[in-house]
Design a protein around this ligand. Structure first.
Ligand code: BDP
Length: 599
């Protein structure tokens, strides 16, 4: 699906700003033929939760409504008009002037609908009913329950089966964009690089709707100079002396795609793309033929007031902080991030592990690590359909991004429980079949799923581990934790000598400003000692290709006795102030090259 941009043939109308808002008490039905009966407002894009001063609204589980009026200029009315949501979390029913025009389930991927037939002259009323409910059929997975109050009203509850706050709302831009009646619908770009010859053959498949005499693709370099041109819906363009997209040294070409009719360009779309090669071979993760070392983070989309909503200033700051630390990558834990962030990473050369919202695939997930209900995971959860859908939608959205080098199919599923392999094998097959660039695939492995216990690692290209030796296990005992870390990493390496191994999470909750002469857990000293211990072991393991710590910044979670105003494993606070460990890690990472660290 193409990102909405303005071109010579397209206009984008941004519907961000102030919308009407109300939670649905489910006392009486909401009449969508009438304006919403509320004076409350929210800003879009953002989560609704932290914009209110009402605890009840903030914690509301169930249905809620957004509404906005807009008018379309007469000059645009003959164009094809498409209403597009960057996301609607987690489920949305969309009405225009009281008529339902589309529906989408899944809170982290875009969807769109043509609206010409529903528009009226003058103001149009766009109403969205949303739900933030999660259960055993959705991704993420939620523990859903309901009861009735004394008046018979249904009280719904979602207990997150994962460790982040269930923020919801219109988190990403809502736009109306125009296209001509005959238009370019999608563009698929697959670069094939001959590294020795410094040459690339780039394949373009252009999906169009309507009739064009010619579909023309012009490749422009970063100066806007024409590199090459070709015609056809399926066409190859060769680029000599190709400039590669490299981590932290991104080069982006632009594909200008034109639909031509009667000698005139009717529709034009510009998609930027990077040329780079990604492979896994002999225990190494190769980018452009060189063994890459991941340095970076698991993150969240999580900022003050905006909640999980798009916050471009924070995105820019976060990437600047990463670069300053010598980091080169992050994982979109635990859901697809905004398209704006993906475009920024393409341009900044930040390497991304792109994750689906498949988190909580572990029956009774909790922080006590007892895993007492885990055995029933694959009989209780009914997430296959949602999982297939998110894989389709994620790959469809992000397929052209140079920054994406690895798909993460899930975070911490119960991969050590009977039924896991049967669940995952078809999903890995699906992702591999759908990705036109055939990137490697992984899932992120939970700490109980040790080399002997795990049932799914044969499916992955990269072994991606979340490990908490010295935190959840051997709390406070870093020498024992070191032994366990080394032992397990060596076991993985022995079992799968050809698969690169990396950490996608490791961390210790740390209260900023809390110090301890004894390096006690939760102190800034302990966080630093913990990372030093891990680094030491990583450097001993030859197939260990990356360290992405948990977490970039402190973040909001559900309530729990192990969480004091959220998860404190950030190496930055939620306001992005550095904790002490940032100096140590900056020094380490600035001295680790992006390539060739492990011989
Ligand atoms: C892992 C999860 C992550 C948590 C983290 C933690 O993947 O979402 O926030 O551990 O406990 O279980 O901090």
């Amino acid at each position: 699906m193409l990102y909405p941009i303005a071109t010579e043939s397209r206009v984008v109308v941004n519907l961000s700003g102030i919308w009407k808002f109300m939670t649905d008490k489910e006392v009486e039905p909401i009449e969508v033929s009438q304006p919403l009966p509320t004076n409350e407002v929210v800003a879009v894009p953002a989560s609704f939760n932290d914009q209110t001063v009402s605890k009840e609204t903030r914690m509301h589980s169930g249905y809620f409504w957004y509404e906005k009026e807009f008018t379309i200029a007469k000059a645009l009315r003959n164009e094809r008009l498409v209403l597009r949501f960057g996301s609607a979390t987690h489920e949305a029913w969309v009405y225009l002037n009281g008529k339902e025009i589309t529906y989408h389930k899944g809170g982290f991927t875009p969807f769109e609908v043509e609206i010409n037939n529903y528009l009226v002259d003058g103001p149009n009323r766009l109403t969205v009913r949303l739900s933030n409910l999660l259960d055993y059929t959705t991704l993420p997975v939620g523990n859903y329950s309901e009861e009735k109050d004394e008046n018979g009203r249904i009280i719904r509850k979602v207990d997150e089966n994962f460790d982040f706050f269930n923020y919801a709302g219109l988190h990403r831009p809502v736009n109306i964009y125009t296209t001509p009646r005959d238009y370019i619908e999608d563009i698929v770009i697959v670069p094939n690089v001959d590294l020795a010859a410094k040459k690339a053959d780039v394949h373009f498949s252009i999906k169009t709707a309507g009739a064009f005499d010619e579909v023309r693709v012009t490749v422009l370099d970063e100066e806007g100079k024409q590199v090459a041109q070709a015609s056809g819906n399926d066409t190859n363009i060769s680029i000599d002396n190709v400039q590669l997209w490299q981590p932290l040294n991104a080069y982006l070409y632009t594909a200008k795609v034109e639909g031509v009719k009667g000698g005139e360009t009717v529709d034009v779309y510009e998609e930027s793309f990077g040329v780079r090669k990604v492979e896994v071979s002999s225990g190494k993760f190769l980018i452009n033929g060189e063994p890459f070392y991941f340095k970076g983070f698991g993150k969240h989309e999580d900022t003050f007031v905006q909640g999980r909503g798009l916050n471009e200033a924070y995105n820019v700051l976060d990437i600047n902080l990463m670069k300053q630390m010598g980091a080169n990558s992050f994982r979109t834990s635990h859901y697809p991030y905004s398209e704006e962030m993906m475009r920024l990473c393409d341009r900044e050369g930040i390497v991304v592990i792109d994750e689906t919202p498949a988190v909580g695939l572990f029956h009774g997930f909790g922080f006590d690590l007892s895993g007492k209900n885990a055995n029933s995971t694959w009989s209780v959860l009914k997430t296959t359909e949602a999982h297939e859908q998110v894989i389709r939608e994620l790959i469809d959205r992000d397929k052209n991004h140079a920054c994406v080098v690895l798909w993460s199919i899930a975070n911490e599923p119960a991969s050590h429980i009977e039924g896991a392999h049967e669940y995952f094998e078809p999903l890995f097959n699906l992702a591999r079949q759908l990705d036109p660039q055939k990137r490697p695939c992984t899932f992120v492995n939970i700490l109980m799923a040790t080399p002997n216990a795990d049932k799914c690692s044969d499916l992955v290209d990269v072994i991606a581990l979340n490990r908490y030796y010295g935190w959840y296990l051997q709390t406070g005992d870093l020498s024992k934790a070191e032994e366990e870390t080394r032992k397990e990493l060596l076991e993985w390496q022995e079992k799968y000598p050809d698969k690169p191994i990396m950490y996608t999470e490791y961390g210790a909750d740390t209260v900023a400003g809390f110090h301890s002469a004894y390096g006690e857990p939760f102190s800034e000293e302990y966080q630093e000692d913990y990372y030093r211990m891990n680094s030491k072991v990583f450097d001993e393991i030859s197939n260990f290709v990356g360290e992405q710590l948990w977490n970039f910044a402190d973040f909001q979670t559900k309530f729990g006795i192990q969480r004091v105003q959220g998860n404190k494993k950030g190496i930055f606070t939620r306001e992005r102030e550095p904790k002490m460990v940032v100096r140590y890690l900056s020094n380490r990472w600035n001295n680790i090259p992006n390539f060739g660290y492990k011989k």
